[in-house]
Design a protein around this ligand. Structure first.
Ligand SMILES: NC(=O)c1ccc[n+]([C@@H]2O[C@H](COP(=O)([O-])OP(=O)(O)OC[C@H]3O[C@@H](n4cnc5c(N)ncnc54)[C@H](O)[C@@H]3O)[C@@H](O)[C@H]2O)c1
Length: 435
Protein backbone atom coordinates (compact mmCIF):
# COMPACT_ATOMS: atom_id res chain seq x y z
CA UNK A 1 0.00 0.00 0.00
CA UNK A 2 1.32 3.42 -0.98
CA UNK A 3 1.25 5.80 1.96
CA UNK A 4 -0.47 9.10 1.11
CA UNK A 5 1.42 12.21 2.16
CA UNK A 6 -0.62 14.97 3.80
CA UNK A 7 0.16 18.67 3.95
CA UNK A 8 -1.79 20.94 6.31
CA UNK A 9 -2.85 24.46 5.31
CA UNK A 10 -3.97 25.91 8.63
CA UNK A 11 -3.23 23.94 11.81
CA UNK A 12 -6.27 24.77 13.93
CA UNK A 13 -8.41 22.44 15.99
CA UNK A 14 -9.88 20.59 13.01
CA UNK A 15 -6.61 19.90 11.21
CA UNK A 16 -5.01 18.70 14.43
CA UNK A 17 -7.93 16.32 15.03
CA UNK A 18 -7.54 14.78 11.56
CA UNK A 19 -3.76 14.40 11.61
CA UNK A 20 -3.73 12.97 15.09
CA UNK A 21 -6.47 10.43 14.23
CA UNK A 22 -4.48 9.49 11.10
CA UNK A 23 -1.29 9.10 13.14
CA UNK A 24 -2.95 7.04 15.88
CA UNK A 25 -5.17 4.78 13.81
CA UNK A 26 -3.85 4.72 10.24
CA UNK A 27 -0.06 5.09 10.39
CA UNK A 28 0.34 2.74 7.39
CA UNK A 29 -1.98 4.85 5.24
CA UNK A 30 -0.91 8.44 5.90
CA UNK A 31 2.05 10.59 6.81
CA UNK A 32 1.89 14.33 7.40
CA UNK A 33 4.99 15.89 5.83
CA UNK A 34 4.46 19.66 5.93
CA UNK A 35 2.22 22.26 7.53
CA UNK A 36 1.61 25.99 7.50
CA UNK A 37 0.15 28.27 10.16
CA UNK A 38 1.15 31.71 11.44
CA UNK A 39 1.14 30.20 14.94
CA UNK A 40 4.33 28.13 15.26
CA UNK A 41 3.09 26.15 18.27
CA UNK A 42 0.23 24.81 16.14
CA UNK A 43 2.61 23.77 13.36
CA UNK A 44 4.70 22.03 16.04
CA UNK A 45 1.64 20.09 17.19
CA UNK A 46 1.05 18.85 13.64
CA UNK A 47 4.75 18.05 13.27
CA UNK A 48 4.46 15.82 16.34
CA UNK A 49 2.21 13.57 14.23
CA UNK A 50 4.79 13.21 11.43
CA UNK A 51 6.61 9.90 10.92
CA UNK A 52 9.78 11.85 10.16
CA UNK A 53 9.75 15.04 12.25
CA UNK A 54 13.27 15.94 11.03
CA UNK A 55 12.24 15.92 7.39
CA UNK A 56 8.98 17.73 8.14
CA UNK A 57 8.65 21.19 6.53
CA UNK A 58 7.14 24.07 8.55
CA UNK A 59 5.74 27.31 7.12
CA UNK A 60 4.11 30.44 8.55
CA UNK A 61 1.68 30.89 5.67
CA UNK A 62 0.00 28.42 3.33
CA UNK A 63 1.13 30.51 0.34
CA UNK A 64 4.76 29.70 1.17
CA UNK A 65 3.99 26.00 1.38
CA UNK A 66 2.21 26.11 -1.96
CA UNK A 67 5.09 28.03 -3.53
CA UNK A 68 7.24 24.90 -3.06
CA UNK A 69 7.16 21.88 -5.33
CA UNK A 70 4.25 19.54 -4.65
CA UNK A 71 5.09 17.86 -1.33
CA UNK A 72 2.38 15.24 -1.04
CA UNK A 73 -0.92 13.98 -2.38
CA UNK A 74 -3.56 15.55 -0.12
CA UNK A 75 -3.79 19.13 1.15
CA UNK A 76 -5.93 19.62 4.26
CA UNK A 77 -7.66 23.01 4.03
CA UNK A 78 -8.19 23.86 7.71
CA UNK A 79 -8.25 27.65 7.65
CA UNK A 80 -11.31 29.64 8.73
CA UNK A 81 -14.53 29.75 6.67
CA UNK A 82 -13.72 32.91 4.71
CA UNK A 83 -10.23 31.59 3.91
CA UNK A 84 -11.07 28.32 2.16
CA UNK A 85 -11.47 29.53 -1.41
CA UNK A 86 -7.98 30.85 -2.12
CA UNK A 87 -5.95 27.96 -0.65
CA UNK A 88 -8.37 25.40 -2.11
CA UNK A 89 -7.97 26.75 -5.63
CA UNK A 90 -4.21 27.26 -5.31
CA UNK A 91 -3.64 23.77 -3.88
CA UNK A 92 -5.68 22.16 -6.65
CA UNK A 93 -3.70 24.12 -9.25
CA UNK A 94 -0.54 22.76 -7.64
CA UNK A 95 -1.80 19.22 -8.10
CA UNK A 96 -3.13 18.36 -4.65
CA UNK A 97 -6.37 16.56 -3.94
CA UNK A 98 -8.18 18.19 -1.02
CA UNK A 99 -9.57 17.34 2.36
CA UNK A 100 -11.61 20.54 2.57
CA UNK A 101 -13.24 21.77 5.76
CA UNK A 102 -16.86 22.80 5.60
CA UNK A 103 -18.27 25.20 4.66
CA UNK A 104 -16.67 24.91 1.23
CA UNK A 105 -16.82 28.71 0.90
CA UNK A 106 -18.96 31.60 2.12
CA UNK A 107 -20.89 32.46 -1.06
CA UNK A 108 -22.77 30.28 -3.52
CA UNK A 109 -20.61 31.61 -6.33
CA UNK A 110 -17.42 30.59 -4.53
CA UNK A 111 -18.75 27.13 -3.67
CA UNK A 112 -19.51 26.56 -7.34
CA UNK A 113 -16.12 27.94 -8.32
CA UNK A 114 -14.39 25.30 -6.16
CA UNK A 115 -16.60 22.56 -7.65
CA UNK A 116 -15.89 23.77 -11.19
CA UNK A 117 -12.11 23.95 -10.55
CA UNK A 118 -12.11 20.38 -9.20
CA UNK A 119 -13.84 19.19 -12.37
CA UNK A 120 -11.57 21.21 -14.67
CA UNK A 121 -8.37 20.03 -12.98
CA UNK A 122 -9.54 16.48 -12.30
CA UNK A 123 -8.92 16.78 -8.55
CA UNK A 124 -10.67 14.90 -5.77
CA UNK A 125 -12.20 17.11 -3.11
CA UNK A 126 -13.51 15.43 0.02
CA UNK A 127 -15.61 17.85 2.05
CA UNK A 128 -15.51 17.31 5.84
CA UNK A 129 -19.20 16.50 6.20
CA UNK A 130 -18.23 14.13 8.97
CA UNK A 131 -21.79 13.25 10.00
CA UNK A 132 -22.23 11.04 6.95
CA UNK A 133 -19.55 8.80 8.47
CA UNK A 134 -21.05 8.68 11.99
CA UNK A 135 -22.49 5.27 12.91
CA UNK A 136 -25.89 6.80 13.72
CA UNK A 137 -26.36 8.40 10.30
CA UNK A 138 -24.93 5.36 8.53
CA UNK A 139 -27.60 3.27 10.27
CA UNK A 140 -30.34 5.76 9.33
CA UNK A 141 -29.24 5.81 5.71
CA UNK A 142 -29.23 1.98 5.59
CA UNK A 143 -32.84 1.88 6.86
CA UNK A 144 -33.95 4.47 4.29
CA UNK A 145 -32.16 2.62 1.49
CA UNK A 146 -33.72 -0.70 2.52
CA UNK A 147 -37.20 0.62 1.70
CA UNK A 148 -38.49 -0.36 5.16
CA UNK A 149 -40.01 3.10 5.63
CA UNK A 150 -41.61 3.17 2.18
CA UNK A 151 -41.47 6.52 0.44
CA UNK A 152 -40.09 9.30 2.61
CA UNK A 153 -42.58 12.15 2.82
CA UNK A 154 -41.34 14.22 5.79
CA UNK A 155 -38.12 14.68 7.74
CA UNK A 156 -37.78 16.78 10.90
CA UNK A 157 -34.31 17.46 12.21
CA UNK A 158 -32.96 19.51 15.09
CA UNK A 159 -29.50 20.59 16.05
CA UNK A 160 -28.95 21.81 19.58
CA UNK A 161 -25.64 23.62 19.53
CA UNK A 162 -25.56 23.77 23.34
CA UNK A 163 -25.74 27.02 25.33
CA UNK A 164 -22.05 27.16 26.30
CA UNK A 165 -20.83 25.99 22.87
CA UNK A 166 -23.03 28.64 21.24
CA UNK A 167 -21.68 31.40 23.49
CA UNK A 168 -18.11 30.20 22.93
CA UNK A 169 -18.31 30.04 19.12
CA UNK A 170 -21.22 32.22 17.97
CA UNK A 171 -21.32 34.97 20.61
CA UNK A 172 -17.71 35.44 21.73
CA UNK A 173 -15.79 33.44 19.17
CA UNK A 174 -14.72 32.91 15.58
CA UNK A 175 -18.19 32.65 14.08
CA UNK A 176 -19.97 35.47 15.94
CA UNK A 177 -20.22 37.70 12.87
CA UNK A 178 -22.11 36.20 9.95
CA UNK A 179 -20.45 38.65 7.55
CA UNK A 180 -16.89 37.92 8.65
CA UNK A 181 -17.37 34.12 8.97
CA UNK A 182 -20.59 32.79 7.46
CA UNK A 183 -24.26 32.59 8.51
CA UNK A 184 -25.00 30.16 11.36
CA UNK A 185 -27.06 27.86 9.14
CA UNK A 186 -24.11 27.49 6.79
CA UNK A 187 -21.25 27.53 9.31
CA UNK A 188 -22.86 25.20 11.83
CA UNK A 189 -25.54 23.38 9.93
CA UNK A 190 -24.40 22.65 6.37
CA UNK A 191 -23.68 19.22 7.90
CA UNK A 192 -27.32 18.81 8.84
CA UNK A 193 -28.66 20.11 5.55
CA UNK A 194 -26.29 17.70 3.84
CA UNK A 195 -27.90 14.87 5.82
CA UNK A 196 -31.39 16.06 4.73
CA UNK A 197 -30.32 16.19 1.10
CA UNK A 198 -28.61 12.77 1.37
CA UNK A 199 -31.65 11.10 2.95
CA UNK A 200 -34.16 12.67 0.56
CA UNK A 201 -32.01 11.82 -2.47
CA UNK A 202 -33.82 14.55 -4.29
CA UNK A 203 -33.53 18.16 -5.33
CA UNK A 204 -34.62 20.93 -2.96
CA UNK A 205 -36.98 23.31 -4.77
CA UNK A 206 -38.03 25.89 -2.18
CA UNK A 207 -36.99 27.16 1.24
CA UNK A 208 -38.46 29.42 3.89
CA UNK A 209 -36.88 30.27 7.20
CA UNK A 210 -37.38 32.35 10.34
CA UNK A 211 -35.22 33.01 13.38
CA UNK A 212 -33.32 35.75 15.13
CA UNK A 213 -30.88 36.78 17.81
CA UNK A 214 -33.09 37.04 20.87
CA UNK A 215 -31.04 36.20 23.97
CA UNK A 216 -27.37 37.14 23.61
CA UNK A 217 -28.06 40.86 23.26
CA UNK A 218 -27.33 43.94 25.32
CA UNK A 219 -31.07 44.22 26.09
CA UNK A 220 -30.67 41.12 28.28
CA UNK A 221 -27.49 42.03 30.06
CA UNK A 222 -27.82 41.75 33.82
CA UNK A 223 -27.68 45.11 35.62
CA UNK A 224 -24.20 46.04 36.77
CA UNK A 225 -22.37 43.39 34.72
CA UNK A 226 -19.00 44.67 33.52
CA UNK A 227 -17.85 44.14 29.91
CA UNK A 228 -15.54 41.34 31.06
CA UNK A 229 -16.38 38.52 33.47
CA UNK A 230 -12.91 38.84 35.00
CA UNK A 231 -13.70 42.38 36.20
CA UNK A 232 -15.68 41.28 39.25
CA UNK A 233 -19.17 40.64 37.89
CA UNK A 234 -21.90 40.71 40.59
CA UNK A 235 -23.69 37.88 38.72
CA UNK A 236 -20.65 35.59 38.55
CA UNK A 237 -22.17 32.92 40.79
CA UNK A 238 -25.43 32.60 38.86
CA UNK A 239 -24.54 33.40 35.24
CA UNK A 240 -24.29 30.26 33.11
CA UNK A 241 -21.98 32.10 30.71
CA UNK A 242 -19.49 33.38 33.30
CA UNK A 243 -16.18 33.16 31.41
CA UNK A 244 -14.45 32.08 34.62
CA UNK A 245 -15.94 28.64 33.93
CA UNK A 246 -13.12 28.28 31.38
CA UNK A 247 -11.04 27.64 34.49
CA UNK A 248 -13.08 24.64 35.59
CA UNK A 249 -16.34 23.30 34.16
CA UNK A 250 -15.68 24.40 30.57
CA UNK A 251 -11.90 24.09 30.47
CA UNK A 252 -11.91 21.74 27.46
CA UNK A 253 -13.08 24.64 25.25
CA UNK A 254 -9.89 26.57 26.03
CA UNK A 255 -7.67 24.22 24.04
CA UNK A 256 -9.57 25.14 20.86
CA UNK A 257 -8.72 28.84 21.11
CA UNK A 258 -5.88 29.21 23.60
CA UNK A 259 -3.09 31.54 22.53
CA UNK A 260 -1.20 31.88 25.82
CA UNK A 261 2.55 31.41 26.10
CA UNK A 262 2.54 28.06 27.88
CA UNK A 263 0.82 24.83 26.91
CA UNK A 264 -2.90 25.00 27.66
CA UNK A 265 -2.73 21.70 29.54
CA UNK A 266 -0.28 23.14 32.07
CA UNK A 267 -1.41 26.79 32.13
CA UNK A 268 -2.09 27.94 35.68
CA UNK A 269 -5.10 29.84 37.01
CA UNK A 270 -3.36 33.23 37.01
CA UNK A 271 -2.21 32.84 33.41
CA UNK A 272 -5.69 31.83 32.25
CA UNK A 273 -7.23 34.77 34.09
CA UNK A 274 -4.75 37.15 32.42
CA UNK A 275 -5.61 35.63 29.05
CA UNK A 276 -9.36 35.95 29.68
CA UNK A 277 -8.89 39.59 30.66
CA UNK A 278 -7.71 40.33 27.10
CA UNK A 279 -9.19 37.68 24.82
CA UNK A 280 -12.64 37.70 23.18
CA UNK A 281 -13.58 34.67 25.30
CA UNK A 282 -13.45 36.75 28.51
CA UNK A 283 -16.24 39.07 27.40
CA UNK A 284 -19.72 39.24 28.93
CA UNK A 285 -21.91 37.10 26.66
CA UNK A 286 -24.49 39.89 26.62
CA UNK A 287 -22.05 42.59 25.52
CA UNK A 288 -20.33 41.20 22.42
CA UNK A 289 -20.26 42.23 18.76
CA UNK A 290 -22.31 39.19 17.69
CA UNK A 291 -25.07 39.03 15.09
CA UNK A 292 -25.79 35.31 14.57
CA UNK A 293 -29.37 34.15 15.29
CA UNK A 294 -29.54 32.05 18.46
CA UNK A 295 -32.47 30.05 17.06
CA UNK A 296 -33.56 29.45 13.49
CA UNK A 297 -36.03 27.13 11.77
CA UNK A 298 -36.13 26.39 8.06
CA UNK A 299 -38.54 24.37 5.96
CA UNK A 300 -37.59 22.79 2.69
CA UNK A 301 -39.67 21.34 -0.10
CA UNK A 302 -38.17 18.75 -2.42
CA UNK A 303 -38.91 17.89 -6.04
CA UNK A 304 -41.57 15.24 -5.40
CA UNK A 305 -43.36 17.28 -2.75
CA UNK A 306 -41.47 15.84 0.24
CA UNK A 307 -41.00 18.29 3.09
CA UNK A 308 -38.34 18.75 5.73
CA UNK A 309 -37.96 21.05 8.71
CA UNK A 310 -34.72 21.88 10.42
CA UNK A 311 -34.20 23.79 13.66
CA UNK A 312 -30.86 24.97 14.96
CA UNK A 313 -30.87 26.42 18.46
CA UNK A 314 -28.44 27.54 21.12
CA UNK A 315 -30.77 26.24 23.80
CA UNK A 316 -30.47 22.47 23.44
CA UNK A 317 -27.61 20.02 23.04
CA UNK A 318 -27.23 17.31 20.43
CA UNK A 319 -29.11 16.28 17.31
CA UNK A 320 -32.45 14.57 16.71
CA UNK A 321 -34.05 13.26 13.55
CA UNK A 322 -37.52 11.98 12.64
CA UNK A 323 -38.37 10.44 9.29
CA UNK A 324 -41.95 9.76 8.26
CA UNK A 325 -42.43 7.34 5.38
CA UNK A 326 -45.47 5.72 3.79
CA UNK A 327 -44.72 2.35 5.47
CA UNK A 328 -42.99 3.33 8.67
CA UNK A 329 -41.29 5.98 10.73
CA UNK A 330 -37.85 6.40 12.25
CA UNK A 331 -36.59 8.37 15.24
CA UNK A 332 -32.93 8.94 15.83
CA UNK A 333 -31.12 10.63 18.70
CA UNK A 334 -28.68 8.46 20.57
CA UNK A 335 -29.90 5.30 18.84
CA UNK A 336 -32.27 4.61 15.96
CA UNK A 337 -35.86 3.43 16.48
CA UNK A 338 -37.90 2.16 13.53
CA UNK A 339 -41.71 1.71 13.78
CA UNK A 340 -43.77 -0.20 11.23
CA UNK A 341 -47.13 1.50 10.50
CA UNK A 342 -49.00 -1.72 9.70
CA UNK A 343 -48.02 -3.77 12.75
CA UNK A 344 -47.12 -1.00 15.19
CA UNK A 345 -44.00 -3.01 16.02
CA UNK A 346 -40.79 -1.15 16.70
CA UNK A 347 -37.14 -2.13 16.75
CA UNK A 348 -34.11 -0.29 18.07
CA UNK A 349 -30.73 -0.21 16.34
CA UNK A 350 -27.98 0.45 18.87
CA UNK A 351 -25.50 2.96 17.52
CA UNK A 352 -24.37 4.74 20.67
CA UNK A 353 -20.61 4.87 20.91
CA UNK A 354 -18.26 5.92 23.67
CA UNK A 355 -17.29 8.86 21.51
CA UNK A 356 -20.71 10.42 22.03
CA UNK A 357 -20.88 12.46 25.20
CA UNK A 358 -24.01 13.84 26.80
CA UNK A 359 -23.73 16.80 24.41
CA UNK A 360 -23.45 14.53 21.43
CA UNK A 361 -20.64 16.52 19.90
CA UNK A 362 -17.37 14.88 20.81
CA UNK A 363 -15.80 13.68 17.60
CA UNK A 364 -19.20 14.22 15.98
CA UNK A 365 -20.59 10.91 17.22
CA UNK A 366 -17.70 9.04 15.68
CA UNK A 367 -17.91 11.04 12.43
CA UNK A 368 -14.39 12.46 12.67
CA UNK A 369 -12.94 8.98 13.06
CA UNK A 370 -15.24 7.69 10.28
CA UNK A 371 -14.08 10.42 7.92
CA UNK A 372 -10.39 9.74 8.52
CA UNK A 373 -10.97 5.97 8.24
CA UNK A 374 -12.63 6.49 4.86
CA UNK A 375 -10.17 9.07 3.55
CA UNK A 376 -7.79 6.60 1.94
CA UNK A 377 -10.47 4.72 -0.01
CA UNK A 378 -12.22 7.93 -1.02
CA UNK A 379 -9.00 9.34 -2.41
CA UNK A 380 -7.87 6.18 -4.20
CA UNK A 381 -11.16 4.49 -5.22
CA UNK A 382 -11.66 3.88 -8.93
CA UNK A 383 -14.59 6.29 -9.32
CA UNK A 384 -14.06 9.85 -8.01
CA UNK A 385 -17.77 10.49 -8.62
CA UNK A 386 -18.60 7.89 -5.94
CA UNK A 387 -16.91 9.81 -3.12
CA UNK A 388 -19.37 9.89 -0.20
CA UNK A 389 -18.71 13.56 0.56
CA UNK A 390 -17.21 14.64 -2.74
CA UNK A 391 -17.57 18.27 -3.70
CA UNK A 392 -20.54 17.74 -6.03
CA UNK A 393 -22.45 16.08 -3.21
CA UNK A 394 -21.68 19.01 -0.91
CA UNK A 395 -23.05 21.68 -3.23
CA UNK A 396 -26.82 21.11 -2.64
CA UNK A 397 -26.58 21.51 1.16
CA UNK A 398 -24.63 24.74 0.76
CA UNK A 399 -27.20 26.16 -1.65
CA UNK A 400 -29.98 25.18 0.78
CA UNK A 401 -28.14 27.09 3.52
CA UNK A 402 -27.67 30.22 1.40
CA UNK A 403 -31.35 30.11 0.43
CA UNK A 404 -32.44 29.66 4.07
CA UNK A 405 -30.40 32.68 5.15
CA UNK A 406 -31.84 34.73 2.31
CA UNK A 407 -35.34 33.74 3.41
CA UNK A 408 -34.64 34.47 7.10
CA UNK A 409 -33.33 37.93 6.36
CA UNK A 410 -35.80 38.87 3.60
CA UNK A 411 -38.94 37.27 5.04
CA UNK A 412 -39.66 35.72 1.62
CA UNK A 413 -39.93 32.11 0.48
CA UNK A 414 -37.01 31.36 -1.82
CA UNK A 415 -37.54 29.32 -4.99
CA UNK A 416 -34.23 27.64 -5.68
CA UNK A 417 -34.63 27.77 -9.45
CA UNK A 418 -34.97 31.55 -9.33
CA UNK A 419 -32.65 32.48 -6.46
CA UNK A 420 -29.55 31.00 -8.03
CA UNK A 421 -30.16 32.23 -11.57
CA UNK A 422 -26.91 33.64 -12.83
CA UNK A 423 -24.95 31.70 -10.23
CA UNK A 424 -25.55 28.17 -11.44
CA UNK A 425 -25.40 27.43 -15.15
CA UNK A 426 -28.56 25.35 -15.82
CA UNK A 427 -26.52 22.44 -17.20
CA UNK A 428 -24.56 22.06 -13.98
CA UNK A 429 -27.30 22.68 -11.42
CA UNK A 430 -26.90 20.08 -8.69
CA UNK A 431 -29.88 17.80 -8.39
CA UNK A 432 -30.43 14.61 -6.46
CA UNK A 433 -27.88 12.83 -4.36
CA UNK A 434 -28.53 9.13 -4.81
CA UNK A 435 -25.60 7.84 -2.76
N1 LIG B 1 -16.20 19.44 9.96
C1 LIG B 1 -16.58 19.88 11.13
O1 LIG B 1 -17.33 19.22 11.84
C2 LIG B 1 -16.13 21.22 11.63
C3 LIG B 1 -16.24 21.55 12.99
C4 LIG B 1 -15.78 22.78 13.41
C5 LIG B 1 -15.23 23.66 12.50
N2 LIG B 1 -15.16 23.33 11.18
C6 LIG B 1 -14.58 24.24 10.18
O2 LIG B 1 -13.18 23.95 10.09
C7 LIG B 1 -12.46 25.15 9.78
C8 LIG B 1 -11.34 25.33 10.79
O3 LIG B 1 -11.91 25.42 12.07
P1 LIG B 1 -10.99 25.39 13.37
O4 LIG B 1 -11.89 25.31 14.54
O5 LIG B 1 -9.92 24.38 13.20
O6 LIG B 1 -10.39 26.87 13.27
P2 LIG B 1 -9.07 27.49 13.89
O7 LIG B 1 -9.27 28.95 13.94
O8 LIG B 1 -8.70 26.74 15.12
O9 LIG B 1 -7.97 27.16 12.77
C9 LIG B 1 -7.72 27.94 11.63
C10 LIG B 1 -6.20 28.08 11.53
O10 LIG B 1 -5.86 28.72 10.30
C11 LIG B 1 -4.67 29.45 10.57
N3 LIG B 1 -4.37 30.41 9.51
C12 LIG B 1 -4.85 31.66 9.35
N4 LIG B 1 -4.26 32.24 8.27
C13 LIG B 1 -3.42 31.31 7.74
C14 LIG B 1 -2.51 31.32 6.64
N5 LIG B 1 -2.38 32.38 5.85
N6 LIG B 1 -1.78 30.20 6.39
C15 LIG B 1 -1.90 29.11 7.17
N7 LIG B 1 -2.75 29.06 8.24
C16 LIG B 1 -3.49 30.15 8.51
C17 LIG B 1 -4.97 30.09 11.92
O11 LIG B 1 -3.80 30.57 12.56
C18 LIG B 1 -5.60 28.91 12.66
O12 LIG B 1 -4.66 28.15 13.38
C19 LIG B 1 -13.48 26.28 9.78
O13 LIG B 1 -13.87 26.57 8.46
C20 LIG B 1 -14.65 25.69 10.55
O14 LIG B 1 -15.91 26.24 10.21
C21 LIG B 1 -15.58 22.13 10.74
Amino acid sequence: MKKLKLVALGCGARTRTYVSLARQHLPDHFDVVAAADPRPERVRQVRACAHDPKGFLSFGDYRDLLAREKLGEIAIIGTQDADHLEPALAAMEKGYDLLLEKPVATTAQDVLTVAAAARRLGRRVMVCHVLRFAPLYQAVKAVVESGELGEIRTVNATEGVGPWHFAHSYVRGHWNDSNRASPLILAKSCHDLDILSWLMGDECVSVSSVGDLSHFRSANFPAGAPGRCTDGCPHAATCHYNAEHYLDRERRWLSLVWSGDTDVATAGEEEIRRWLALSPWGRCAYQCDNNQPDHQTAQFQFARGQTATFTVTAFASGRTLEIYGTRGMLRAGTNVEVVDHATGRSRVIQTASDAVTAEGYDEHGGGDFGLVSNLYDQMTGADPGAMTTGIDRAVPSHLMAFAAEESRTSGQTVLMSQFFIGTIPSTTAPSSDPV
